[in-house]
Design a protein around this ligand. Structure first.
Ligand code: HEM
Length: 461
């Protein structure tokens, strides 16, 4: 047989290999051999590695993660991207409602977080249980102030939270609330005076505006010992005007960026400048107010009366913690109340029969406005029922109050949840599907059943 390369008669010989090195080296000259990876190549490799890492993460989240057996949409289990979208667009509580309807009482809503919606979950997630560790606030969901301090709502360390509560508790005692009564009544009287005057013109009134003026005036007096004079001027204080809406929007952005730790700094660039500016303004406002209050002596007792005069050596809270905490108190006490009053008024106006009963009850109980006191309002039945039902069907704080499962894991509503997993529990998830039925049901029941029984019926459902 002939060799096909050299035509020799035998095929058992070897051919000399051609020396290709010169051509190869010539080819390499084309690249800068002294720098085997140029800048672009490094970026490409980093980017490709990151993509590979993300792909591995998605596979891990879907196939190997300890939460893989919990029901829920695959896209939510794989990445935090769907969560981010719904959080930023303000639809998260409503989406969770829909997910619970489809998947049941426990749903995996993020790679490392699950949401519960059954009533027992309230107690197990937020309450203390003998033999169980407390679920702490999820630090991923809250950013500290620009001074690095956490406030009473955001502080996740249990010992720190207890320390804050020790400082605040005296301001919420029965005795303290009684001392605050005249101050609250004065603002409510002024609100009514303004409403009477403005309604006499026949012009429709924006009740959100009025509730905002009244609640923020009251809370400013209780928190910092001085009113914002909103009811006096019928106008928003410049701080309040900028603040409304923006504080809660900023929380949404914080919650999203915390779910993308690798690119959090990059995402922070995406937070709207207006929100960041507003945050700085709000902090400056509350810092100034706390500073002023330290040197002022209002003629009534406010929340800070119980911890002043401030002495750094003996104080339970640092000044930075106080600034952060009192800054959030003015929001916690007013925004939620404005929402609750607005929602209740809305439902009462939509249900004239209930409105009629509530009005009649109030007018019969209080022939004069002077008769209205904290104690006397305790005897009312219809008005508290309407307020409670409104809060239930449209909670003023519809988003979740996130918690983390302690190391070692915890049994929650019959499910073992591993340590470190985030827990979501939004009030909205339990009630939205019934929203319209419930108020109509209340209207129907009010016609012939005593209110005590109505409340019992509602709480049994
Ligand atoms: C309808 C009215 C209100 C609603 C719906 C509401 C809602 C809430 C919610 C959901 C939390 C829990 C946050 C969490 O644990 O993550 C909370 C905590 C808190 N709220 Fe309210 N709130 C209302 C009125 C008020 C008022 C009037 C004040 C003050 C005068 C206030 C002060 C606080 C404080 C200080 C905390 C933190 C408690 C702690 O962590 O120990 N709230 N509120």
């Amino acid at each position: 047989m002939r060799c096909t390369k050299c035509e020799a008669l035998s095929t058992s010989h070897r051919h000399k290999q051609p020396n290709l090195a010169p051509q190869l080296l010539q080819g390499l000259d084309y690249y800068d051999v002294s720098k085997p990876f140029g800048g672009l190549a490094i970026i490409f490799i980093l980017f490709a590695s990151y993509i590979l890492y993300l792909i591995c993460l998605v596979v891990y989240n879907l196939c190997f993660h300890p939460l893989r057996k919990f029901p829920g949409p695959k896209s939510f289990a794989a990445t935090p991207i769907p969560y981010a979208f719904y959080q930023i667009t303000g639809q998260l509580p409503y989406l969770y409602s829909t997910l619970h309807k489809k998947y049941g009482s426990v749903v995996r809503v993020l790679p490392n977080e699950i949401s519960f919606n059954n009533p027992a979950a309230w107690r197990e997630i937020y309450g203390t249980r003998p033999g169980h560790e407390l679920l702490t606030k999820d630090p991923k969901s809250f950013a500290p102030s620009n001074e690095g301090a956490y406030n009473i709502v955001t502080v996740s360390n249990v010992a720190d939270h207890a320390r804050y509560r020790n400082a605040l508790n005296p301001a919420f005692s029965e005795k303290a609330l009684r001392e605050q009564e005249p101050l609250i009544i004065t603002s409510v009287d002024l609100l009514m005076e303004r409403l009477h005057k403005n309604c006499a013109t026949g012009e429709p009134q924006d009740m959100v505006h009025w509730f905002n003026l009244a609640m923020f005036d009251i809370m400013a007096e209780l928190t910092f010992g001085e009113s914002l004079e909103g009811l006096q001027t019928s106008k928003y204080h410049p701080w309040l005007e900028g603040l409304l809406g923006s504080a809660l929007k900023y929380v949404s952005f914080t919650r999203v960026t915390a779910r993308f730790p690798h690119i959090a700094r990059l995402l922070n660039l995406w937070v709207p400048k207006s929100l960041l500016e507003q945050r700085v303004k709000h902090q400056k406002f509350s810092w100034d107010m706390v500073e002023r209050r330290l040197n002022n002596h209002p003629p009534f007792r406010d929340f800070m009366s119980y911890i002043l005069p401030y002495d750094e050596k003996t104080a339970t809270m640092t000044l930075a913690e106080m600034r952060a905490t009192y800054g959030v108190m003015i929001l916690a006490g007013s925004e939620n109340l404005v929402a609750t009053l607005t929602i209740t008024l809305y439902h009462l106006l939509r249900h004239p029969d209930i409105m009629e009963k509530v009005s009649r009850e109030v007018r019969e109980a209080f022939p004069q406005k002077e008769n209205i006191t904290f104690d006397a309002t305790n005897a009312l039945r219809y008005l508290p029922a309407a307020l409670t039902e409104s809060m239930r069907i449209q909670p003023a704080a519809p988003s979740s109050q996130p918690r983390v499962v302690p190391q070692g894991g915890e049994n929650l509503c019959g499910h073992f949840v591993p340590g470190g997993v985030g827990i979501q529990k939004s009030g909205t998830t339990m009630i939205l599907p019934k929203i319209l039925i419930k108020f109509d049901l209340l209207a129907k029941l009010l016609k012939d059943v005593l209110l005590g029984e109505v409340s019992a019926l509602i709480s049994l459902e």
